[in-house]
Design a protein around this ligand. Structure first.
Ligand SMILES: [Zn+2]
Length: 266
């Protein structure tokens, strides 16, 4: 479900919108000031965009969603499966951004936790009973390592969440339509994917393989014990719609990153 506010377009989960304790959004690439190849609402300086532009992106996102830009936390994503947790108040979060991990989980209010993507799958998690939120970055490597399953386990073990209460929202990411991969990926990915009814998430046409990352993460959520009615999936493909979203595949390697965030309100 795409929404528009001023120049900013973003996707929201109809499921997460039914709760009133959180603010969340899967932002698009529209509405910022970065120039090509980062045009325009870019949140990542690692590919060479100006710091000022990214600062501007954070400020306008903060204004729209009600957080202070200094309380937006993204970390050093490394395509692994480590989960970073915050379970006590942190005054200055700036030092935390150096943490290498691909998921953040917290029970603290007022910290907007986010992952940056351009085709990879962003997943937002919320437990409205224990008041815990999480954000996960799942590319093919993270998906092959089962990062979403690890994140759910962490919510249960460390934050006492009941799986039946957890809401999960899979955000805009590359669809099977555009995700051609080679044998190396299939080899690693296949091991996990084969746990679910043969290889329904892998399709072979001629010599080309295509993987469905969203469906695989969806299946992993179900396997983790998350209820079907508590999962929402944004179907849009970032590569087909690189006019709206940054796409590593469609934009030609050097591109920006969109923000996917969730925050517990104070
Ligand atoms: Zn596509």
């Amino acid at each position: 479900m795409l929404k528009q506010s001023g120049n900013i377009a973003y996707a929201a989960s109809p499921l997460l919108e039914t709760t009133n304790f959180i603010s969340h959004g899967f932002l698009s690439r529209l509405g910022g000031i970065s120039k090509p190849p980062f045009a325009s609402l870019n949140f990542d300086i690692r590919e060479g965009d100006a710091v000022e532009n990214v600062k501007h992106s954070k400020a306008i996102a903060g204004r729209l969603f009600g957080f202070d830009a200094s309380r937006l936390l993204t970390i050093n994503q490394v395509h692994g499966s480590d989960i970073f947790t915050i379970d006590k108040p942190v005054k200055d979060i700036s030092g935390l951004s150096k943490t290498s991990a691909d998921a953040i989980i917290t029970n603290q209010c007022g910290i907007a936790i986010g992952v940056l993507t351009a085709d990879c799958v962003p997943i937002l998690l919320a437990d409205p009973v224990k008041n815990v939120v999480g954000v996960v970055h799942a590319g093919w490597k993270g998906t092959a390592k089962g990062i979403i399953e690890k994140a759910i386990e962490t919510m249960v073990k460390q934050f006492d969440s009941d799986k039946k209460a957890i809401l999960a929202a899979i955000g805009p990411s590359i669809g099977q339509c555009c995700y051609k991969v080679d044998e190396t990926v299939i080899k690693e990915f296949g091991v996990r994917s084969l746990e679910f009814k043969g290889n329904e998430f892998i399709e072979k046409k001629g010599t080309a393989w295509r993987v469905d990352l969203k469906k695989t993460n969806y299946a992993q959520l179900l396997k983790s014990g998350i209820l079907k009615q508590n999962i929402s999936v944004e179907d849009i493909c970032t590569s087909c719609r690189n006019d709206i979203f940054f796409s590593y595949r469609a934009d030609g390697k050097i591109t920006g990153r969109q923000l996917n965030f969730i925050m517990m309100k104070k």
